[in-house]
Ligand binder design. Sequence first.
Ligand SMILES: Cc1cc2nc3c(=O)[nH]c(=O)nc-3n(C[C@H](O)[C@H](O)[C@H](O)COP(=O)(O)OP(=O)(O)OC[C@H]3O[C@@H](n4cnc5c(N)ncnc54)[C@H](O)[C@@H]3O)c2cc1C
Length: 282
Amino acid sequence: MHLSLEIFPPRDDAQQTRLNHCLQRLALLQPDYVSVTFGAGGSTLDRTRATVLALRQQYGLTAVPHISCMVESADCIDRMLDEYLQHGIKRLVVLRGDRPDEHVHHGPFQYAEDLVRYVQQRYGERFALEVGCYPELHPESTCVNTELKYLQRKIDAGACAAITQYFFNADAYFQLLDDCARAGIDVPITPGIMPITNYHQLARFSSMCGAEIPRWLGKRLQGFEDLQSLREFGAEFVCRLCERLLLGGAPGLHFYTLNRASATLDIINQLLPDRRRLVHSG
Ligand SMILES: Cc1cc2nc3c(=O)[nH]c(=O)nc-3n(C[C@H](O)[C@H](O)[C@H](O)COP(=O)(O)OP(=O)(O)OC[C@H]3O[C@@H](n4cnc5c(N)ncnc54)[C@H](O)[C@@H]3O)c2cc1C
């Protein structure tokens, strides 16, 4: 089963220390790769690059950088990808990126599709390209068919796999798989998994990215008086979600770790007995 983990580049020394500790523990899971977000949440591109290189050099992990359209020029992409190639990076997650201002973007690439096509034309088979997709629709989308058409275009432009935005409703993922099958989209679509550790943070992220917290789940999460009980409930809920997804045909799981090891380990320890031998969530 495919297992990948996503981290974000630290913004300061305290976050760097926390990430180091997190990676020491997550490395024991032997994930297929660890992906590093690009410019998200105000992080700088230098820190994405440094984090990508450290994953390989310090932890022996396969690093997969994210890249996005939020760059000033194609030169910026070229320099970055040339360097990644020199360091043996072979896979990228290619995104449009969250626009600082919804309406204005002056760079050379408007949509992920444009960037996928550019990287594919310039680098060919040297990078395998993955893209994002949205079981509950991207927040700017109004129509499933249009969204599927754009996903198809990203694949026609050169993407070989997709990772979903997180969701808590397994049926939305299964519906996406069915819709893709009907539309002739046959690349692996790995569900993105968000551990539940903090209701207010989750509600904030979810309202930004369009992931729905089912009403009953939101009420349950708000009802916990201590964080430990919420986390235990969250790990069990997400574990059951993962089981359903895998039984229903998901090719693997991609965890949004938020640079915290315990929440991801709590789920994987319950879910994957083979990997449980290796790690204690601590
Ligand atoms: C797995 C994953 C990882 C992520 N990592 C990062 C990250 O590292 N950094 C970051 O900033 N953000 C990241 N994001 C967030 C992502 O950048 C945002 O969701 C962004 O708003 C959309 O990115 P996209 O690549 O899906 O865009 P696109 O595929 O370009 O789609 C964006 C919107 O435009 C529409 N659209 C697409 N193509 C066209 C077209 N040709 N004409 C008209 N409309 C079109 C789509 O329907 C959609 O509504 C990630 C998301 C996912 C799912």
